[in-house]
Design a binder for this molecule. Sequence first.
Ligand code: BGP
Length: 497
Amino acid sequence: MKTGFPEGFLWGGATASSQVEGGWNEGGKGIDTQDLRYFDAAWTPEERKAQKNRRMNHEKFVTALADARGTNPSVAHYPFRHGSDMYHRWREDIDLFAEMGLRIYRTSISWSRIYPNGDDAEPNAEGIRFYREMFEYCQSKGIKVFVTILHYNIPVHLIEAYGGWKSRRTVDAYVRYAKTLFEHLGDVVDYWLPFNEINAGRFNPYNGVCLIEDEEGDAYNQAIFQCLHHQFVANALTVKAAHEMLPGSMVGAMIARFTTYPATCKPDDVMQMILDDQYSNWFYLDVMARGAYPAYMDRYFEKQGIHIEMEQGDAQLLAEHTVDFTAFSYYFSQVSTTDQGWAKTEGNLVFANKNPYLETSYWGWQMDPVGLRVTLNQVYDRYQLPVFIAENGLGAIDTLEVGDDGTRVVHDSYRIDYLRGHIQQMREAILDGVDLIGYTIWGFIDLVSCGSMEMKKRYGLIYVDLDDEGRGTGDRIRKDSFAWYQKCIATNGEDLA
Ligand code: BGP
């Protein structure tokens, strides 16, 4: 009988290169898709949340690219260019991670630091050195490393030259990039994740598969699924390469988990839940963990008029090279219904149907710790593979204050409450029998929000003194949640007070 978190449970924190690094045009890095996302600090809260401001179109893309290639590129309007400046401050940051007791650090590699154009003849030695030094430093502090090979930032040259993920050329370039990482960083990385939230290709096609909506016109949906197929092929080839080059290596598949409940016990709502789950969640993990396109997608593709171009050998590749573990991000849950008039709220990458039993964050995400236990049980039950919670956390507006002793403090009891609730449910899921191996709190050092592009939407246990335009000292300040998580890790999840 299990009594709690297993020995060696991987307590950790997660970031992504484009959101935390900055140094966007240093060290030989090329321009990538996230460097081109425009933000205006003058936007109202509604404009910040507006989907149109988050989506990419042709005009915005061309303007941003001209800015990036111009003589005086803007940083204030392109938040991913400044991030949290970890590119320059990583030693100081990792010292703080070590002080917190972190057992694993999840981050992503910036493809364009390794291959500035995505398909250059030789990798950029400076980029490889940057990650190597950082990961060796983690190792020296007893922190394991979990690498996401692609977390939304794709070298723009691949779009200009080949149409990005629409082309098999991008598959080749990606696999070569992954192999370069295995060759040069294989000994300092413990877990690999080829793609962050691969279902983002459908929910946020610019981030996921670098599609520019108005350039695709009516063929948008078709292009999305063709790109996704190419990512599945790239994933299988990457798993194959990892297992050949790094015997015993652990490679995972990750989705943004949209946990959903039927809005009522009306049978139509229950069926809608099954369909939502299939299209939003299971399809992706089914391909990468079970090794084949699930039958239920045939009906969907036929209805949508989608035809996926597959090459001979693709099906075999998918079947032979499945992943070693599953992973997901979990922030909220939603409900499924056939009732078109059901009240809506926001959610990660999508709008969600409202659940009257749950409270929402400032950004409208419905907080649901029990939903994490539900999810862990569902995912483990379906695939019977070790499970990793690659992201979870609370985006909130924090207030920097001066404490009694004159030091700067952030009292984030709301974040502690959120994390405590979720960790308690993780423990329950472990007692239920789920093979949960790790938990990396998202954005555990403040970084630029992927969706809203603000610094103001903070997830960290470490505050970063930068504003939405990247202005400030950049100082790192421990929030109350820092000491709380430190204690949680030290007691292996037993002391959550
Ligand atoms: C996930 C992404 C992350 C991250 C997180 C929080 O979808 O993988 O990159 O940012 O969501 O979302 P946001 O930053 O929009 O609050």
